[in-house]
Write a protein that binds this ligand. Structure first.
Ligand code: 1QQ
Length: 411
Protein backbone atom coordinates (compact mmCIF):
# COMPACT_ATOMS: atom_id res chain seq x y z
CA UNK A 1 0.00 0.00 0.00
CA UNK A 2 1.51 3.34 -0.98
CA UNK A 3 1.56 6.47 1.11
CA UNK A 4 -1.55 8.06 -0.30
CA UNK A 5 -3.51 4.88 -0.18
CA UNK A 6 -2.44 4.43 3.39
CA UNK A 7 -3.38 7.96 4.32
CA UNK A 8 -6.77 7.73 2.64
CA UNK A 9 -7.49 4.46 4.40
CA UNK A 10 -6.58 6.05 7.69
CA UNK A 11 -8.95 8.90 7.02
CA UNK A 12 -11.69 6.53 6.02
CA UNK A 13 -11.18 4.41 9.09
CA UNK A 14 -11.55 7.40 11.37
CA UNK A 15 -14.37 8.86 9.31
CA UNK A 16 -12.55 12.19 9.22
CA UNK A 17 -12.14 13.96 5.92
CA UNK A 18 -9.07 16.11 5.87
CA UNK A 19 -8.11 17.35 2.49
CA UNK A 20 -4.41 17.18 3.07
CA UNK A 21 -1.59 17.76 0.68
CA UNK A 22 -0.54 14.78 -1.27
CA UNK A 23 2.63 12.87 -1.85
CA UNK A 24 1.69 12.22 -5.45
CA UNK A 25 2.73 14.56 -8.23
CA UNK A 26 0.21 17.35 -8.32
CA UNK A 27 1.86 19.74 -10.67
CA UNK A 28 4.71 19.91 -13.06
CA UNK A 29 6.52 16.77 -13.94
CA UNK A 30 5.72 13.17 -13.25
CA UNK A 31 9.07 12.79 -11.60
CA UNK A 32 10.39 10.69 -14.45
CA UNK A 33 12.99 13.21 -15.47
CA UNK A 34 13.89 16.70 -14.35
CA UNK A 35 12.61 19.22 -16.89
CA UNK A 36 13.41 22.81 -17.60
CA UNK A 37 10.36 25.11 -17.55
CA UNK A 38 10.26 25.73 -21.30
CA UNK A 39 10.11 22.04 -22.00
CA UNK A 40 6.39 22.25 -21.36
CA UNK A 41 5.92 23.74 -24.83
CA UNK A 42 5.17 21.34 -27.60
CA UNK A 43 5.43 23.89 -30.38
CA UNK A 44 8.62 24.86 -32.15
CA UNK A 45 10.97 23.30 -29.57
CA UNK A 46 12.24 20.36 -31.60
CA UNK A 47 13.57 17.56 -29.47
CA UNK A 48 11.56 18.29 -26.30
CA UNK A 49 8.93 15.99 -24.91
CA UNK A 50 5.28 16.34 -25.98
CA UNK A 51 3.21 17.38 -22.98
CA UNK A 52 -0.06 15.55 -22.34
CA UNK A 53 -2.18 16.81 -19.42
CA UNK A 54 -3.60 14.56 -16.75
CA UNK A 55 -6.23 16.40 -14.73
CA UNK A 56 -7.66 14.01 -12.17
CA UNK A 57 -8.39 13.97 -8.43
CA UNK A 58 -5.19 13.44 -6.45
CA UNK A 59 -6.62 14.85 -3.22
CA UNK A 60 -10.06 14.89 -1.51
CA UNK A 61 -12.25 11.80 -1.13
CA UNK A 62 -12.45 11.58 -4.93
CA UNK A 63 -8.75 10.60 -4.89
CA UNK A 64 -10.01 7.15 -3.86
CA UNK A 65 -10.90 6.93 -7.57
CA UNK A 66 -8.35 9.37 -9.01
CA UNK A 67 -5.27 7.70 -7.59
CA UNK A 68 -5.99 4.65 -9.74
CA UNK A 69 -6.06 6.95 -12.75
CA UNK A 70 -2.67 8.42 -11.87
CA UNK A 71 -1.28 4.87 -11.71
CA UNK A 72 -2.68 3.91 -15.12
CA UNK A 73 -1.50 7.11 -16.80
CA UNK A 74 2.04 6.74 -15.45
CA UNK A 75 2.26 3.16 -16.68
CA UNK A 76 1.18 4.38 -20.12
CA UNK A 77 3.81 7.13 -20.12
CA UNK A 78 6.56 4.62 -19.45
CA UNK A 79 5.18 2.01 -21.83
CA UNK A 80 4.79 4.34 -24.82
CA UNK A 81 8.10 6.13 -24.22
CA UNK A 82 9.84 2.73 -24.10
CA UNK A 83 8.23 2.07 -27.49
CA UNK A 84 9.73 5.27 -28.93
CA UNK A 85 7.06 7.84 -28.00
CA UNK A 86 5.78 9.87 -30.94
CA UNK A 87 7.99 8.49 -33.72
CA UNK A 88 11.10 9.16 -31.62
CA UNK A 89 9.92 12.14 -29.56
CA UNK A 90 8.99 11.21 -25.98
CA UNK A 91 5.75 12.20 -24.30
CA UNK A 92 5.68 13.79 -20.88
CA UNK A 93 2.62 13.71 -18.65
CA UNK A 94 1.85 16.90 -16.75
CA UNK A 95 -0.30 16.25 -13.68
CA UNK A 96 -2.61 18.89 -12.22
CA UNK A 97 -4.73 17.92 -9.25
CA UNK A 98 -8.44 18.62 -9.79
CA UNK A 99 -9.37 17.59 -6.25
CA UNK A 100 -13.01 16.54 -6.00
CA UNK A 101 -15.09 19.52 -7.05
CA UNK A 102 -15.93 21.64 -10.06
CA UNK A 103 -13.68 24.60 -9.20
CA UNK A 104 -10.69 22.30 -8.71
CA UNK A 105 -11.25 20.79 -12.14
CA UNK A 106 -11.66 24.22 -13.76
CA UNK A 107 -8.41 25.44 -12.19
CA UNK A 108 -6.48 22.32 -13.20
CA UNK A 109 -7.75 22.48 -16.77
CA UNK A 110 -6.90 26.20 -17.07
CA UNK A 111 -3.37 25.59 -15.82
CA UNK A 112 -2.87 22.65 -18.18
CA UNK A 113 -4.15 24.68 -21.13
CA UNK A 114 -2.47 28.05 -20.60
CA UNK A 115 0.60 27.39 -18.44
CA UNK A 116 1.58 23.81 -19.19
CA UNK A 117 0.54 24.11 -22.83
CA UNK A 118 -0.49 20.50 -23.15
CA UNK A 119 -1.67 19.08 -26.48
CA UNK A 120 -4.67 17.40 -24.86
CA UNK A 121 -6.10 16.46 -21.47
CA UNK A 122 -7.05 13.12 -19.94
CA UNK A 123 -9.56 14.03 -17.21
CA UNK A 124 -11.37 14.92 -15.06
CA UNK A 125 -12.36 12.14 -12.65
CA UNK A 126 -16.07 12.88 -12.19
CA UNK A 127 -18.79 13.71 -14.70
CA UNK A 128 -19.87 16.33 -12.16
CA UNK A 129 -16.51 18.03 -12.77
CA UNK A 130 -16.52 17.41 -16.53
CA UNK A 131 -19.71 19.40 -17.05
CA UNK A 132 -17.88 22.45 -15.62
CA UNK A 133 -14.29 21.96 -16.83
CA UNK A 134 -14.72 20.42 -20.28
CA UNK A 135 -16.43 23.51 -21.77
CA UNK A 136 -13.28 25.49 -20.91
CA UNK A 137 -11.08 23.09 -22.88
CA UNK A 138 -13.64 22.97 -25.66
CA UNK A 139 -13.65 26.76 -26.02
CA UNK A 140 -9.82 26.76 -26.05
CA UNK A 141 -9.91 24.00 -28.71
CA UNK A 142 -7.99 21.53 -26.54
CA UNK A 143 -9.00 17.87 -26.93
CA UNK A 144 -10.27 16.17 -23.79
CA UNK A 145 -10.57 12.42 -23.21
CA UNK A 146 -12.79 11.58 -20.26
CA UNK A 147 -11.19 8.61 -18.48
CA UNK A 148 -14.12 7.98 -16.15
CA UNK A 149 -16.96 10.29 -17.16
CA UNK A 150 -19.89 7.97 -17.69
CA UNK A 151 -22.94 10.24 -17.29
CA UNK A 152 -25.28 10.85 -20.18
CA UNK A 153 -24.31 13.93 -22.21
CA UNK A 154 -20.52 14.03 -21.82
CA UNK A 155 -19.49 13.74 -25.52
CA UNK A 156 -22.19 16.29 -26.34
CA UNK A 157 -20.39 18.96 -24.27
CA UNK A 158 -18.47 19.92 -27.38
CA UNK A 159 -16.46 19.06 -30.45
CA UNK A 160 -13.25 18.67 -28.43
CA UNK A 161 -14.73 16.32 -25.83
CA UNK A 162 -14.61 12.54 -26.19
CA UNK A 163 -14.43 9.74 -23.65
CA UNK A 164 -12.74 6.36 -23.22
CA UNK A 165 -15.22 5.51 -20.43
CA UNK A 166 -18.32 3.74 -21.70
CA UNK A 167 -21.57 5.39 -20.60
CA UNK A 168 -23.80 4.19 -17.78
CA UNK A 169 -26.47 3.19 -20.32
CA UNK A 170 -24.12 0.55 -21.73
CA UNK A 171 -22.34 -0.60 -18.57
CA UNK A 172 -24.82 -0.50 -15.67
CA UNK A 173 -27.53 -2.90 -16.98
CA UNK A 174 -25.00 -5.75 -17.00
CA UNK A 175 -24.86 -5.89 -13.21
CA UNK A 176 -28.66 -6.15 -12.86
CA UNK A 177 -28.72 -9.06 -15.31
CA UNK A 178 -25.87 -10.73 -13.42
CA UNK A 179 -27.72 -10.31 -10.10
CA UNK A 180 -30.80 -11.99 -11.57
CA UNK A 181 -28.71 -14.84 -12.92
CA UNK A 182 -27.23 -15.43 -9.47
CA UNK A 183 -30.62 -15.11 -7.77
CA UNK A 184 -33.63 -15.51 -10.12
CA UNK A 185 -36.00 -15.00 -7.16
CA UNK A 186 -35.21 -11.28 -6.87
CA UNK A 187 -38.42 -9.23 -7.12
CA UNK A 188 -38.28 -6.13 -4.89
CA UNK A 189 -35.56 -3.54 -5.48
CA UNK A 190 -34.49 -0.60 -3.32
CA UNK A 191 -32.55 2.05 -5.20
CA UNK A 192 -30.19 4.59 -3.56
CA UNK A 193 -28.47 7.49 -5.29
CA UNK A 194 -26.39 10.58 -4.52
CA UNK A 195 -28.50 13.53 -5.57
CA UNK A 196 -25.60 16.01 -5.66
CA UNK A 197 -23.62 14.10 -8.28
CA UNK A 198 -24.28 14.15 -12.05
CA UNK A 199 -22.97 10.63 -12.63
CA UNK A 200 -25.05 9.15 -9.79
CA UNK A 201 -28.22 10.81 -11.09
CA UNK A 202 -27.53 9.53 -14.59
CA UNK A 203 -26.66 6.01 -13.47
CA UNK A 204 -29.70 5.64 -11.21
CA UNK A 205 -32.00 6.45 -14.14
CA UNK A 206 -30.47 3.59 -16.09
CA UNK A 207 -30.65 1.24 -13.10
CA UNK A 208 -34.30 2.09 -12.46
CA UNK A 209 -35.21 1.61 -16.11
CA UNK A 210 -33.33 -1.71 -16.28
CA UNK A 211 -35.08 -2.96 -13.13
CA UNK A 212 -38.47 -2.22 -14.69
CA UNK A 213 -37.46 -3.74 -18.03
CA UNK A 214 -36.51 -6.92 -16.18
CA UNK A 215 -40.00 -7.09 -14.66
CA UNK A 216 -38.82 -6.21 -11.14
CA UNK A 217 -40.44 -3.73 -8.78
CA UNK A 218 -38.71 -0.57 -7.49
CA UNK A 219 -40.07 -0.48 -3.90
CA UNK A 220 -38.28 2.73 -2.92
CA UNK A 221 -35.82 5.33 -4.22
CA UNK A 222 -33.66 6.82 -1.46
CA UNK A 223 -31.49 9.91 -1.88
CA UNK A 224 -28.29 10.95 -0.16
CA UNK A 225 -25.29 13.28 -0.62
CA UNK A 226 -21.78 12.15 -1.56
CA UNK A 227 -20.60 13.91 1.61
CA UNK A 228 -22.94 11.90 3.87
CA UNK A 229 -21.59 9.37 6.32
CA UNK A 230 -24.80 8.43 8.14
CA UNK A 231 -27.46 6.58 6.14
CA UNK A 232 -29.57 5.17 9.00
CA UNK A 233 -32.78 6.97 8.03
CA UNK A 234 -32.67 5.91 4.39
CA UNK A 235 -31.57 2.36 5.21
CA UNK A 236 -34.29 1.87 7.83
CA UNK A 237 -36.99 3.15 5.48
CA UNK A 238 -35.78 0.89 2.68
CA UNK A 239 -35.39 -2.25 4.80
CA UNK A 240 -38.95 -1.93 6.11
CA UNK A 241 -40.04 -2.62 2.52
CA UNK A 242 -38.11 -5.93 2.49
CA UNK A 243 -36.10 -5.53 -0.73
CA UNK A 244 -34.14 -8.49 -2.07
CA UNK A 245 -31.86 -6.29 -4.18
CA UNK A 246 -30.28 -2.94 -3.28
CA UNK A 247 -28.67 -0.80 -5.99
CA UNK A 248 -26.36 2.07 -5.07
CA UNK A 249 -25.25 4.96 -7.28
CA UNK A 250 -22.78 7.10 -5.37
CA UNK A 251 -19.03 7.51 -4.92
CA UNK A 252 -16.51 5.42 -3.02
CA UNK A 253 -16.59 6.74 0.55
CA UNK A 254 -20.34 7.32 0.76
CA UNK A 255 -21.08 4.14 -1.19
CA UNK A 256 -18.84 2.05 1.07
CA UNK A 257 -20.40 3.49 4.20
CA UNK A 258 -23.89 2.86 2.86
CA UNK A 259 -23.05 -0.79 2.15
CA UNK A 260 -21.64 -1.15 5.66
CA UNK A 261 -24.75 0.34 7.29
CA UNK A 262 -27.11 -1.77 5.16
CA UNK A 263 -25.39 -4.91 6.43
CA UNK A 264 -25.09 -3.66 10.03
CA UNK A 265 -28.83 -2.97 10.05
CA UNK A 266 -29.53 -6.52 8.93
CA UNK A 267 -29.85 -6.49 5.15
CA UNK A 268 -28.97 -9.94 3.79
CA UNK A 269 -29.87 -9.64 0.09
CA UNK A 270 -27.86 -8.81 -3.02
CA UNK A 271 -26.13 -5.43 -3.38
CA UNK A 272 -25.18 -3.85 -6.70
CA UNK A 273 -22.72 -0.97 -6.61
CA UNK A 274 -22.39 1.43 -9.50
CA UNK A 275 -19.22 2.76 -11.06
CA UNK A 276 -18.41 5.07 -8.14
CA UNK A 277 -17.85 2.01 -5.91
CA UNK A 278 -15.59 0.41 -8.51
CA UNK A 279 -12.35 0.48 -6.53
CA UNK A 280 -10.62 -1.66 -3.92
CA UNK A 281 -10.31 1.60 -1.95
CA UNK A 282 -13.82 0.87 -0.62
CA UNK A 283 -12.41 -2.18 1.21
CA UNK A 284 -11.17 0.01 4.06
CA UNK A 285 -14.68 1.50 4.39
CA UNK A 286 -17.01 -1.52 4.40
CA UNK A 287 -14.30 -4.09 5.24
CA UNK A 288 -15.66 -7.68 5.44
CA UNK A 289 -19.14 -6.25 4.75
CA UNK A 290 -18.03 -5.32 1.20
CA UNK A 291 -18.22 -9.04 0.44
CA UNK A 292 -20.56 -9.94 -2.41
CA UNK A 293 -21.09 -6.49 -3.99
CA UNK A 294 -21.67 -6.81 -7.74
CA UNK A 295 -20.17 -4.12 -10.00
CA UNK A 296 -20.30 -3.92 -13.79
CA UNK A 297 -16.93 -3.43 -15.48
CA UNK A 298 -15.68 -1.84 -18.69
CA UNK A 299 -12.35 -3.67 -18.30
CA UNK A 300 -11.19 -7.17 -17.48
CA UNK A 301 -7.59 -8.05 -16.58
CA UNK A 302 -8.24 -11.27 -18.52
CA UNK A 303 -8.77 -9.46 -21.80
CA UNK A 304 -6.51 -11.15 -24.39
CA UNK A 305 -3.88 -9.37 -26.44
CA UNK A 306 -0.36 -8.04 -26.11
CA UNK A 307 -1.15 -4.52 -24.97
CA UNK A 308 -3.32 -5.69 -22.08
CA UNK A 309 -0.71 -8.25 -21.12
CA UNK A 310 1.97 -5.54 -21.05
CA UNK A 311 -0.28 -3.25 -19.01
CA UNK A 312 -1.40 -6.00 -16.65
CA UNK A 313 2.15 -7.26 -16.07
CA UNK A 314 3.50 -3.76 -15.45
CA UNK A 315 0.64 -2.97 -13.07
CA UNK A 316 1.04 -6.26 -11.25
CA UNK A 317 4.76 -5.81 -10.86
CA UNK A 318 4.28 -2.44 -9.19
CA UNK A 319 1.10 -2.97 -7.16
CA UNK A 320 1.01 -6.78 -6.65
CA UNK A 321 -2.63 -7.02 -7.68
CA UNK A 322 -4.72 -7.05 -10.83
CA UNK A 323 -5.23 -3.67 -12.49
CA UNK A 324 -8.56 -1.95 -11.80
CA UNK A 325 -10.84 -0.47 -14.46
CA UNK A 326 -9.95 3.17 -13.68
CA UNK A 327 -6.25 2.48 -14.26
CA UNK A 328 -6.99 0.68 -17.53
CA UNK A 329 -9.17 3.53 -18.77
CA UNK A 330 -6.54 6.16 -17.90
CA UNK A 331 -3.93 4.06 -19.71
CA UNK A 332 -6.26 3.89 -22.72
CA UNK A 333 -6.74 7.67 -22.65
CA UNK A 334 -3.00 8.29 -22.86
CA UNK A 335 -2.71 5.60 -25.51
CA UNK A 336 -5.35 7.22 -27.73
CA UNK A 337 -3.49 10.56 -27.60
CA UNK A 338 -0.14 8.84 -28.32
CA UNK A 339 -1.40 6.87 -31.30
CA UNK A 340 -3.30 9.82 -32.74
CA UNK A 341 -0.19 12.01 -32.32
CA UNK A 342 1.89 9.43 -34.18
CA UNK A 343 -0.48 9.62 -37.14
CA UNK A 344 -0.55 13.42 -37.07
CA UNK A 345 3.26 13.42 -36.89
CA UNK A 346 3.55 11.27 -40.01
CA UNK A 347 1.76 13.96 -41.99
CA UNK A 348 3.56 16.97 -40.52
CA UNK A 349 6.13 16.90 -37.71
CA UNK A 350 4.29 17.44 -34.44
CA UNK A 351 7.26 19.21 -32.85
CA UNK A 352 7.18 21.89 -35.54
CA UNK A 353 3.43 22.54 -35.56
CA UNK A 354 2.07 25.62 -33.76
CA UNK A 355 0.31 24.41 -30.62
CA UNK A 356 -3.15 25.65 -31.67
CA UNK A 357 -2.99 23.80 -34.99
CA UNK A 358 -1.61 20.69 -33.35
CA UNK A 359 -4.49 20.55 -30.86
CA UNK A 360 -7.04 20.79 -33.68
CA UNK A 361 -5.33 18.12 -35.81
CA UNK A 362 -4.99 15.90 -32.76
CA UNK A 363 -8.70 16.19 -32.00
CA UNK A 364 -9.61 15.24 -35.56
CA UNK A 365 -7.26 12.27 -35.52
CA UNK A 366 -8.46 11.03 -32.10
CA UNK A 367 -11.97 10.75 -33.52
CA UNK A 368 -10.79 9.13 -36.78
CA UNK A 369 -8.65 6.35 -35.31
CA UNK A 370 -9.07 2.77 -34.10
CA UNK A 371 -7.17 1.75 -31.01
CA UNK A 372 -6.25 -1.64 -29.67
CA UNK A 373 -6.18 -0.90 -25.93
CA UNK A 374 -6.30 -2.88 -22.68
CA UNK A 375 -10.07 -2.25 -22.85
CA UNK A 376 -10.14 -4.05 -26.21
CA UNK A 377 -10.55 -2.44 -29.58
CA UNK A 378 -12.10 1.00 -29.31
CA UNK A 379 -13.01 3.86 -31.62
CA UNK A 380 -15.25 6.93 -31.41
CA UNK A 381 -18.45 8.17 -32.96
CA UNK A 382 -18.12 11.57 -34.69
CA UNK A 383 -19.52 13.08 -31.48
CA UNK A 384 -16.77 11.55 -29.34
CA UNK A 385 -18.69 8.67 -27.76
CA UNK A 386 -16.61 5.55 -27.22
CA UNK A 387 -17.38 2.47 -29.31
CA UNK A 388 -16.36 -0.53 -27.22
CA UNK A 389 -17.33 -4.18 -27.48
CA UNK A 390 -16.74 -6.04 -24.23
CA UNK A 391 -18.21 -5.54 -20.79
CA UNK A 392 -18.07 -7.64 -17.64
CA UNK A 393 -19.40 -7.98 -14.11
CA UNK A 394 -17.23 -8.52 -11.07
CA UNK A 395 -18.09 -9.52 -7.52
CA UNK A 396 -16.12 -8.42 -4.48
CA UNK A 397 -14.73 -11.26 -2.39
CA UNK A 398 -13.35 -10.23 0.99
CA UNK A 399 -10.99 -12.22 3.15
CA UNK A 400 -12.45 -12.87 6.61
CA UNK A 401 -9.86 -10.42 8.03
CA UNK A 402 -11.88 -7.65 6.34
CA UNK A 403 -8.69 -6.05 5.06
CA UNK A 404 -7.85 -7.82 1.85
CA UNK A 405 -10.21 -8.57 -0.95
CA UNK A 406 -10.47 -8.78 -4.68
CA UNK A 407 -12.75 -8.34 -7.65
CA UNK A 408 -13.71 -11.77 -9.01
CA UNK A 409 -15.00 -11.69 -12.58
CA UNK A 410 -18.23 -13.59 -13.23
CA UNK A 411 -18.46 -15.88 -16.23
C1 1QQ B 1 -18.52 9.58 -13.38
C2 1QQ B 1 -18.07 8.26 -12.93
C3 1QQ B 1 -17.27 8.21 -11.67
C4 1QQ B 1 -17.98 7.50 -10.60
C5 1QQ B 1 -15.98 7.50 -11.97
C6 1QQ B 1 -14.87 7.84 -11.07
O1 1QQ B 1 -18.33 7.28 -13.59
O2 1QQ B 1 -18.44 10.57 -12.62
O3 1QQ B 1 -19.02 9.66 -14.50
Amino acid sequence: MDMVNHRLSGLLATGVWLLTGCTQPNSGTTGVAPESPNQTTTGSNTGTAIAIGIGVAQTSNVALLGQEQVAGAKLAEKYFNDQGGINGTPIRLVFQDTAGDEQGAINAFQTLITKDKVVGIVGPTLSQQAFSADPIADRAKVPVLGPSNTAKGIPQIGEFVARVSAPVAVVAPNSVKAALKLDPKIKKVAVFFAQNDAFSKSETEIFQQTVKDQGLEVVTVQKFQTTDTDFQTQVTTALNLKPDLVIISGLAADGGNLVRQLRELGYKGTIIGGNGLNTSNIFSVCKALCDGILIAQAYSPEHPGTINKAFRDAYFEQYKKEPPQFSAQAFAGVQVFVEALKTVDQKAKVAQKPLGDLRISLNQQVLAGNYNTPLGEISFTPEGEIVQKEFYVAQIKMEPDGKNGKFTFLK
